[in-house]
Write a protein that binds this ligand. Structure first.
Ligand code: G3P
Ligand code: MG
Length: 381
């Protein structure tokens, strides 16, 4: 039947009605498990795409550039996605290239990037704009004696190690390799080498590898001479102690590596009990900074899709679907949006959460992502 102009107008208006709600999906344990799609994941994203309801993928995972990771997920879940639809653990580190000002910009500083397969994380950092990136593998290949137990992995390191920008020269540290910041972009594969190299830099004088800071013991100085001004800062991208992988029980995540490093730091320096806290920045879920970064990306996407009228229908409600109470649920529950949105948390049973009373109580618990999305659609106005 022919539609009258009124109907067309109504239809047109209906088509431009912008949903005032959106979804944020965790990946491991919600959409995928061991890189395989979980039940209902593809259908859930297809339904939201069809209804024009915005969503973003918000993961503590990483190790590849956003474009590469989202291309894989797009193919696995049969849904068109681009880099603007994903926030990974290390995504916010791209902001440190230019930094808030010239002095803090790391673009041309020499940074250590640890974690991930091969030098995948180095290449991510370079795609972010870091110009001078060194990996623990580079340092090991330049001087294998720095860590006596990685010889068995030399063939692996040979495949991606690059010559150091400056030699390792403990005899004349002024000419030696100087690291200005330390990043852990993804779960380290060689905890031993990465722990040794990161400790060497933390204990060094101003980041000069092979030196020791004047541990002058002056208690009035922060950290008793360690990590004073000008010392390299340590950044972790993901606090997860556990995550959902192929094995039926949760696996130790990057948070486990950090705890191990903190243990070696405490044993070496006296640690927090002696007032020598390891100074570091940890981002990722559940922290406010990562949720703010994700919401800003969602708002940019909305404006891109709907144009300026997106501002007339502010984003009111975000449903965070996650499998880890410590990161996904805790983060959504504690997030205070600077843009006025409120976040509800949906905990699914397909990942880390084993059942029972979760440490952080979600808005609702669903068997899987599809049931979680249906619950949210029934509850959104
Ligand atoms: O390394 C990935 C893991 O820590 C958790 O990933 O997607 O569940 O946040 P995700
Ligand atoms: Mg997860």
């Amino acid at each position: 039947s022919l539609r009258g102009p009124g109907q067309r107008a109504f239809q047109t208006a209906a088509k431009t009605r912008i949903p005032d709600f959106a979804f944020a999906f965790d990946i491991d344990g919600v959409l995928l498990r061991a890189s395989k799609p979980l039940p209902g994941a593809a259908d859930s994203l297809a339904l939201l795409k069809e209804q024009g309801i915005p969503f973003i993928l918000l993961t503590n995972g990483g190790g590849k550039h956003e474009t590469a990771r989202v291309a894989e997920i797009s193919e696995k879940l049969n849904v068109p996605l681009d880099a603007s639809h994903i926030v990974q653990s290390h995504s916010p580190f791209a902001e440190l290239v230019k930094g808030p000002d010239e002095a803090s910009a790391l673009e041309n500083k020499c940074v250590l990037v640890a974690g991930g397969d091969g030098d995948g994380c180095r290449r991510v950092a370079e795609q972010y704009g870091f110009r001078n990136v060194v990996t623990p593998g580079d340092i090991f290949m330049a001087n294998p004696s720095i860590w006596p137990f990685s010889k068995n992995f030399s063939e692996y390191y040979k495949t991606f190690a690059r010559p150091l920008p400056k030699p390792l020269d403990p005899t004349d540290p002024a000419k030696g390799l100087k690291i200005d910041a330390i990043f852990v972009f993804n779960d380290p594969r060689d905890w031993g080498l990465d722990t040794q190299v990161i400790m060497d830099i933390l204990l060094s004088r101003q980041g000069l590898v092979g030196t020791l800071s004047e541990k002058n013991g002056q208690t009035n100085l922060p950290n008793h001479g360690y990590q004073q001004d000008g010392q390299p800062h340590l950044y972790f991208s993901n606090p997860d102690l556990f995550w959902a992988a192929a094995y039926p029980l949760p696996r130790i995540g990057q948070g486990g590596f950090r705890e191990a490093l903190e243990g070696v730091w405490a044993a070496t320096t006296g640690g927090p009990s002696k007032g020598i806290e390891l100074q570091k920045t940890v981002i990722g879920k559940p922290y406010q900074r990562t949720y703010e970064f994700a919401e800003l990306q969602m708002l940019r996407n909305r404006s891109k899709v709907f144009g300026s009228i997106a501002d007339q229908t502010p984003l009111q409600q975000v449903y965070m679907v996650g499998d880890n109470p410590e990161s996904d649920i805790r983060g959504a529950n504690s997030y205070r949006s600077p843009h006025g949105s409120s976040w509800k948390s949906i905990l699914v049973r397909t990942g880390v959460y084993p059942g029972g009373e979760p440490a952080y109580v979600p808005t609702t618990i669903a068997d899987n992502v599809q049931k979680g999305v249906h619950w949210a659609l029934q509850n959104s106005n």
